[in-house]
Design a protein around this ligand. Structure first.
Ligand code: HEM
Length: 243
């Protein structure tokens, strides 16, 4: 080790000077700190989720069952934490929130680029024209990678896995009860996890701002309710109806 190399410290490695100076409340209200911290923590978890999902796609594309499962389990564990975090924010009353809400201006979770990337990675393509299009919307999605994975396991060639026969292929996977079916069920867990987040978020919004408009300009809980219950991987749900 040369003199030029500084001793690596805990704070230095983690860039704590940057992270711990990034909380800049705009009001003098006590509860604004929680609001900032929880959103920042969310964005960090979104970052990690995107990191894990990129890895998942590489494993799926390569037909690696064991590592796909491991990565999916980690992704699900993070999602659980992300949903549970809403409990903390729900300790904030409507009055406490109202006291600093004006300080937020028009900023809103609506504008979370990472959340939109997450949706796009998972397969969402119907983004409104006026919103910036996530980069991942022009890349193969997790579901595309899953179809590629199925092809490596002998279920339909990738080029055959079109909208027309995807459900037949999935039905075969489930009928065989192969390890590919376990991967499929982990994807259903992921789908349910995302839906759970949306449901918990809208309930939290209702109890905090009732029927008021969002700071991002939407109809608030009404708009958010319209996004609840929409599956991420519709084909994996549709096959439950096949006899
Ligand atoms: C008191 C707490 C919160 C309230 C009152 C709230 C309210 C809202 C409202 C009303 C919207 C609709 C868009 C708008 O008009 O602004 C929205 C969207 C959103 N919020 Fe929150 N939110 C809260 C906490 C959070 C937290 C902690 C996160 C975590 C990142 C978050 C992430 C999002 C995301 C990603 C959207 C876009 C959802 C979509 O378009 O499907 N929100 N929020």
């Amino acid at each position: 080790m040369g003199d030029a190399q500084e001793k690596l410290t805990y704070a230095g490695y983690l860039r704590l000077d940057q992270i711990l100076n990034a909380q800049q409340p705009r009001s003098g209200e006590h509860d604004e700190m929680l609001f900032i911290v929880i959103h920042q923590v969310y964005e960090l978890w979104f970052k990690q989720l995107l990191h894990e999902l990129a890895q998942l796609q590489r494993y799926l594309d390569g037909g690696d069952t064991t590592h796909s499962m491991r990565t999916l389990r980690r992704t699900l564990a993070i999602l659980k934490i992300v949903v549970a975090q809403l409990d903390v924010l729900e300790t904030m009353t409507p009055t406490q929130f109202r006291k600093f809400r004006d300080a937020l201006g028009t900023s809103s979770g609506f504008e979370s680029t990472q959340f939109r990337e997450l949706e796009a990675v998972l397969g969402r393509r119907d983004f409104p024209k006026w919103a910036p299009r996530p980069e991942a919307a022009s890349q193969p999605s997790v579901f595309d990678s899953f179809l590629r994975y199925l092809a490596t396991q002998g279920y339909g060639a990738t080029k055959d896995a079109t909208k027309d026969n995807t459900q037949e292929i999935l039905k075969q996977v489930y009928d065989d009860d192969s390890s590919a079916a376990v991967v499929a069920e982990l994807l259903v867990d992921l789908d349910e996890g995302m839906q759970e987040w949306r449901y918990r978020h809208v309930k939290m919004v209702e109890r905090t701002i009732g029927g008021h408009q969002g700071t991002g300009g939407s109809t608030g809980a009404k708009y958010l309710s319209s996004t609840v219950g929409k599956p991420t991987f519709p084909d994996l749900w549709a096959i439950r109806n096949l006899s």
